[in-house]
Write a protein that binds this ligand. Sequence first.
Ligand SMILES: NC(=O)c1ccc[n+]([C@@H]2O[C@H](COP(=O)([O-])OP(=O)(O)OC[C@H]3O[C@@H](n4cnc5c(N)ncnc54)[C@H](OP(=O)(O)O)[C@@H]3O)[C@@H](O)[C@H]2O)c1
Length: 302
Amino acid sequence: MINKVLITGATGLIGRELIKQCHQEGISVNYLTTSKEKIKNTDNYKGFYWNPQKREIDLNAFEGITAIINLAGASISKRWTKKYKKVIIDSRVESMNFIYETLQNLEHNIEHFISASGISIYPNSKTKLYTEEDTEVDDTFLADVVIAWEAAAVKFKDLGMEVSKVRTGIVLAKEEGALPQIAKPIKLGVGAPLGSGEQWQSWIHIEDIAGIYLFILKNQLEGKFNAVAPNPVQNKKMTKLIASKLDCPLWLPNIPAFALKLLLGEMSVLVLEGQLVSSHKIEELGYSFKFYNLENALQDLL
Ligand SMILES: NC(=O)c1ccc[n+]([C@@H]2O[C@H](COP(=O)([O-])OP(=O)(O)OC[C@H]3O[C@@H](n4cnc5c(N)ncnc54)[C@H](OP(=O)(O)O)[C@@H]3O)[C@@H](O)[C@H]2O)c1
């Protein structure tokens, strides 16, 4: 039975929902935050300061902890300058290395290390369905990030822990993340499918991504897990469904790929590429999705 978990990046989109679900299950949460003003202290929710860059950490965060969920990472949606790319990588890899080094020198009872990861490790494809068994990797910056991120997570095995990597799809939530970004131009009457519109979007509802973390935690599952809903859709279908739920007709032709490449540069892979990813493994292990179809997810979120 798990009583208390330590979460990094807990104040973000996924973390906030995960904390809610942990509390519903009677699991207390300690969290590490890089912002002192986000520190709260209640019976089942305690914040501790860390600054991975300066190698500062409040060791009290580890007291009574048997598992860590690592969600820390700077946003990938800001301009990928050379400098910011380093921030994207370091905020994931160096922060994890810092926890690793800290635990090497600390007496603790941590048995399970669960880390966020991404489906962008899989190559862009319109036809291939990716499972956790697939070993091909994409040649994009984001794939490089995921490879380094997972390698840093796997090291925790050396400390005697089970390690899990949660290859997360596009998280759909009301206020933050991809959905408000996609909905905005549609609401303004200028929405359209992107590029060919045929790129796959392996999405997941916010309640399910948090539910999968909790499921992995409670069942002490180790290994790689795709965290995507069972029915991915292509970009044009997602755009049309959102438009129809918002009652805002689409009238523009697809936005051409070359224009998106000009506008976004290397970051255009975020909108022009996609992977068709299988949720079979986690379902076989007994996880029951709340939101199987995009239509139901959007009904709930919009
Ligand atoms: N949302 C998605 O669609 C999606 C998809 C695939 C993978 N993921 C991954 O899942 C994880 C959680 O996602 P999310 O959507 O909840 O992210 P989020 O809302 O951006 O939250 C991430 C949290 O990481 C912490 N953080 C930010 N910059 C940091 C830095 N430089 N060093 C250390 N910590 C830093 C922040 O917490 P403090 O301010 O409290 O430190 C922030 O609240 C991320 O690693 C993300 O890449 C998300």
